[in-house]
Design a protein around this ligand. Structure first.
Ligand code: ADP
Ligand code: MG
Length: 306
């Protein structure tokens, strides 16, 4: 394609809400045959809400939520946003009931740290609080869920929940389930990708049950679940090793390496700065139909004007 055609294509992209880093990127867009989609915030809205609090025997649900909310206040993850908002709302309601009129605040946190794709830790009221993947608490912290909580975890995951464990002072205190919804256009976008001959795949750090449920809802049959942030790029490389030309679509800090590794990195406009910087294209409206528009645009521009 001529430089002029590429510039025209780039300008048309802007009209479609697709920000293209450089005109030459339309060339790699045109060659893509496989589209790897991150789940949370890409296929789903990423606005999670708290669906259940299950305390361990002898614990109070309100306490579990309060400590988890306080620890998660240090994180920007969608799970953290859901837990902190629910905890703050519960505190406000409890205070209103007492009639103090005092501003509801969660306890302060100290020594916060997060581990990408696994969970968070913080000291709250002198206790070391952990919130994260049950497997991370078990392997990294030797905190196992009691049988009754492990059973509830399986039930909540079967109904589409993302379950995190809450522990302090070395003991599991409860589990929380958060849920997310598929974006309105995701299924239509996947259907259009297939119509263009593209192969969609879902990749997520979330559990297998949730990943399968979301994939089924939007019409994807290739799923990689439980993938650590560092492993998302490995998924892309394995597809490239099969000779595929891979586009990766994501929004999170945890997607950045995979976005940079892919032949074409596509970031959601609502995504983190790190994801946008690692990408070749940014979708202003964070709507997956724009991925299809970008591919149509690249094929059209590059096929007709030579
Ligand atoms: P995705 O690939 O869907 O964007 P992530 O890699 O961000 O998911 O997270 C994977 C898993 O790690 C989550 O399902 C959760 O179990 C755990 N996790 C990550 N961040 C947090 C957090 N701030 N609080 C609790 N759990 C977390
Ligand atoms: Mg994401």
């Amino acid at each position: 394609a001529t430089p002029m055609a590429l510039l025209v294509g780039t300008a048309r992209g802007v009209q479609l809400g697709i920000l293209i880093k450089g005109p030459q990127i339309l060339e790699s867009t045109r060659r893509v045959d496989t589209i790897v989609l991150d789940k949370t915030g890409t296929v789903t809205s990423g606005r999670m809400s708290l669906a259940a609090v299950v305390p361990a025997d002898g614990e109070a649900g309100a306490e579990v939520l309060r400590f988890a909310g306080a620890a998660e206040a240090g994180s920007e993850h969608p799970i953290a946003a859901a837990v902190t908002a629910a905890a703050a709302a519960a505190e406000a309601q409890a205070l209103a009931g007492v009639g103090t009129g005092a501003a509801a605040t969660l306890p302060a946190l100290e020594d916060f740290a997060s581990t990408q794709g696994l969970g968070v830790q913080a000291v709250v009221e002198g206790r070391l609080v952990l919130v994260g993947r049950p497997g991370w608490l078990a392997e990294q912290w030797a905190v196992e869920l009691p049988t009754e909580l492990a059973e509830r975890q399986a039930e909540l995951e079967a109904s589409g929940g993302t379950v995190v464990a809450v522990a302090w002072d070395g003991r599991a205190r409860g589990i929380l389930s958060v849920t997310d919804t598929v974006k309105p256009n995701s299924a239509a976008a996947v259907a259009q990708m297939r119509a263009l001959g593209l192969t969609p795949m879902l990749v997520t750090g979330d559990n297998e049950r949730v990943a399968r449920a979301v994939a089924a809802e939007v019409g994807i049959d290739l799923v990689r679940a439980g993938v650590l942030p560092s492993e998302k790029a490995d998924v892309v490389r394995a597809l490239q090793a099969e000779g595929r030309i891979v586009a990766m679509v994501g929004d999170g800090v945890n997607d950045a390496v995979a976005l940079a590794t892919a032949d074409l990195g596509i970031a959601m406009g609502t995504g983190t700065d790190v994801a946008i910087e690692a990408s070749d294209l940014t979708l202003v409206r964070s709507d997956l139909v724009a991925v299809v528009d970008a591919i149509r645009l690249s094929r059209g521009t590059l096929a007709t004007i030579k």
